[in-house]
Design a protein around this ligand. Structure first.
Ligand code: BDR
Ligand code: CA
Length: 319
């Protein structure tokens, strides 16, 4: 039997409830080796996002995995946060003990560059927050575009309405200029858009079933997602909550869940009304070559089942 090495992954993140779930999934998945977390402003201010990243790592038994603080604000626009979605400190109703571990001295942008250039062709960058860190990394080291194995992005609303403005999805809206730099960089990019992830929902019943395993991980997931589910019910009228970021991360090792299509995508950075809209040239009207592959279909039910199994396995390990 041929055994393949785990794929090394840098996760660029703004924890964030679904970001926290992505961190837990990464740590529960032997198919990948998590190199570190580069943290970015987004769902909450950078200082809270860094504290949340460290606290989640401690919860999951990996307190010393490197966490590098990255950009504190977008490239050009004023910062926006998502307190209504993720709570005042970013993790809903969960209150994890603060980790005694501090972030590494390295800037998040430099962590991305160092990791990717250390093993050209081998490292996957998964970006599940605003793209400020990734854009600056590309500006500082443009060779990343060919050195990265792949860059997977959770972001954008392609066919669909946005979740932050009528047209824009949060991660792209929060730094549209950075997003445009990344999309035009020539990196091999896979986009997991909100069109798809809004259907990838965990229900209250599933979380309650997970809680039966006992221990701090299911307790955290229940406390964090209770807030997230309240938000989804109030704002979208949906039962359950969309776990966007874990679904994007899982493309690294479960690509069979997704149907990918090539597309040329740009970002609106001028009009205030449509700021951050991702514009997909589905009919090839611009004549531009595709710059991304996007997830056109995704087996949400299979993913949720696998995600819950991984969370149950992690729960058994962490008592
Ligand atoms: C994205 O925005 C954030 O609020 C979530 O963490 C996710 O990355 C969904 O639009
Ligand atoms: Ca996120």
């Amino acid at each position: 039997m041929v055994s393949s090495r785990p794929r090394r992954v840098v996760l660029d993140t703004d924890p964030g409830i679904d970001d926290a779930l992505a961190i837990l999934l990464a740590l529960a998945s032997p198919e990948i080796e998590l190199a570190g977390l580069s943290v970015v402003h987004g769902n909450c201010p950078l200082s809270d996002a860094v504290a949340n990243a460290l606290a989640v790592l401690q919860l999951a038994g990996h307190p010393h995995l490197p966490v590098a603080a990255g950009c504190v604000r977008p490239l050009l626009r004023e910062p926006v946060t998502a307190r209504k979605t993720h709570g005042g400190r970013g993790l809903g109703y969960a209150s994890l003990p603060a980790s005694p571990v501090v972030p590494v001295a390295e800037h998040g942008v430099d962590m991305i560059i160092r990791e990717i250039l250390a093993a050209p062709g081998d490292v996957t960058l998964v970006a599940v927050g605003p793209l400020t860190n990734v854009a600056l990394a590309l500006r500082k080291a443009p060779q990343l575009a060919t050195a990265v194995h792949e860059c997977i992005i959770m972001g954008g609303a392609l066919h669909d309405q946005g979740n932050t403005t009528p047209l824009a999805e949060f991660n792209i809206y929060a730094d549209p200029h950075a997003a445009q730099i990344v999309l035009s960089s020539g990196m091999p990019i896979t986009i997991m858009p909100w069109d798809i992830t809004k259907q990838v929902r965990v229900t209250e019943e599933q979380v309650q079933a997970l809680r039966a395993h006992g221990g701090p991980v299911p307790q955290f997931i229940a406390d964090a997602t209770r807030f997230y589910m309240d938000f989804h019910r109030e704002h979208f009228g949906w039962a359950g909550c969309a776990i966007n970021d874990p679904a994007a991360l899982a493309l690294v090792w479960w690509p069979e869940l997704a149907e990918l299509r090539d597309l040329y995508v740009t970002v609106e950075t001028v009009s205030e009304l449509t700021m951050g809209k991702t514009i997909g040239d589905f009919r090839g009207l611009t004549g531009q070559p595709a710059n991304v592959r996007y997830v056109a279909r995704f087996d949400s039910a299979a993913f949720i089942e696998r995600f819950l199994a991984r969370m149950a396995a992690l729960s058994r390990l962490i008592r």
